[in-house]
Design a protein around this ligand. Structure first.
Ligand SMILES: Cc1ncc(COP(=O)(O)O)c(C=O)c1O
Length: 355
């Protein structure tokens, strides 16, 4: 609290990101980053940025990048919005498209930044319970809403929602914007981008932070009808005209151009995820079916909070959420094969299992 702060700032409860330990030799499985490096083409593009191009402001519209996303997704460049990480894109989405008289709806278990943006922008929200198996029930969403936002696959559960569910949400809420946050879609889901032509109230948000191993670069994207994108541009150009620096624009472009590397690293993560799911299940964990680059698991004999702390003592950081319905689950990001092996070995020791 400070008398120099606005009333709003005095009341805010900011989002707390997962720990980013500095300099420790820890196995970091807590923030769903890629365990692999980005495409070598990205590093070449970064090295090729000249001093002269750094002297100038970057292209405020990220034109080349918009074109590349548009081409990849069968859209017009005017249907693409680019921001400094999908967190920034989502913040603009809340302000531009989800601030209305009715509350915005999102699952009771979902990305914990959503309620923070609601508080920041003065948006009321309604938490819609996920089913007992953590799936999304489209009929649970009221049709008179100020908008709907759902991560798909959901975070932190990893549970995937099919396009049929998304279609019913879009049809039932045709007067409000339905946002599908596809931060993890490349690890096994079908993107809703293909529905954009049929539904002008659909906005799909993606990131280069996870499947393209560029969390450190901060590039996010939204795709939707020209009308929705124009709304986002209006907020962006009233906030920061240059959200993406020249390095990020060039590197993101290089990443999009290397489809083969992208596919290979996604497949590697998916193979490790399936292995980890199988092994955890044999250890007595209940593992939710995951279409993401993390798993969400609970153990009948051992409390998640204790396991989280004991893994930390052994140099392995995973994520624990002290929240209703999920306080006995661990969210574990998929690491390299060696990191996954180390995790499984540590858990076997903590559970006093042989092998
Ligand atoms: C569901 C979801 N959406 C969005 C983001 C933000 O990603 P970024 O800002 O790195 O693009 C995250 C990050 O963990 C996430 O889990």
């Amino acid at each position: 609290m400070s008398r120099y702060w606005s009333d709003l700032v005095n009341q805010l409860t900011p989002y707390v990101p997962g720990e980013q330990p500095q300099g420790d030799r820890l196995i970091k499985l807590n923030t769903n980053e890629s365990p692999y490096q980005p495409s070598p083409a990205v590093l070449t593009a970064i090295a090729a940025v000249s001093g002269d191009s750094l002297r100038l402001y970057p292209d405020p519209e990220s034109t080349a990048l918009k074109r590349a996303f548009a081409q990849r997704n069968g859209l017009l460049p005017e249907q693409v919005f680019i921001g400094n990480g999908s967190d920034e894109v989502l913040a603009h989405v809340f302000q531009a498209l989800l601030k209305h008289d009715q509350p915005v709806c999102f699952p009771d278990i979902s990305y914990s930044f959503y309620p923070v943006w609601c508080e920041l922008y003065g948006i009321s929200h309604r938490d819609v319970p996920v089913a007992n198996d953590f799936t999304i029930d489209p009929t649970a969403y009221p049709t008179d809403n100020g908008g709907i936002i759902i991560p798909n696959p959901n975070a932190p559960t990893g549970v995937l929602m099919g396009l049929d569910v998304i279609r019913s949400l879009l049809r039932a809420s045709c007067d409000s914007v339905v946002v599908i946050d596809e931060a993890y879609i490349d690890f096994g889901g079908e993107s809703a981008v293909q529905l954009i032509d049929q539904f002008d109230n659909l906005l799909v948000v993606q990131t280069l932070s996870k499947s393209r191993a560029l969390a450190g670069l901060r590039v996010g994207v939204a795709m939707g009808s020209v009308e929705l994108i124009e709304g986002l541009e209006r907020v962006k150009n009233s906030f920061n005209s240059y959200p993406l620096d020249i390095v990020a624009q060039r590197a993101a472009l290089a990443s999009l151009a290397d489809e083969e590397y992208f596919q290979q690293s996604c497949q590697r993560v998916v193979a490790s995820r399936e292995f980890v799911c199988r092994e955890l299940t044999t250890m007595g964990f209940d593992v939710l079916p995951s279409a993401a680059n993390f798993v969400f698991a609970s153990h009948s004999r051992r409390a998640a909070r204790g396991l989280f702390a004991e893994l930390r003592e052994r140099g392995i950081i995973v994520r624990y959420f002290d929240k209703p319905r999920i306080d006995n689950y661990l969210r574990i990001s998929i690491g390299t094969e060696a990191q996954c092996d180390a995790l499984l070995l540590a858990l076997r020791a903590l559970l006093k299992l042989k092998r």
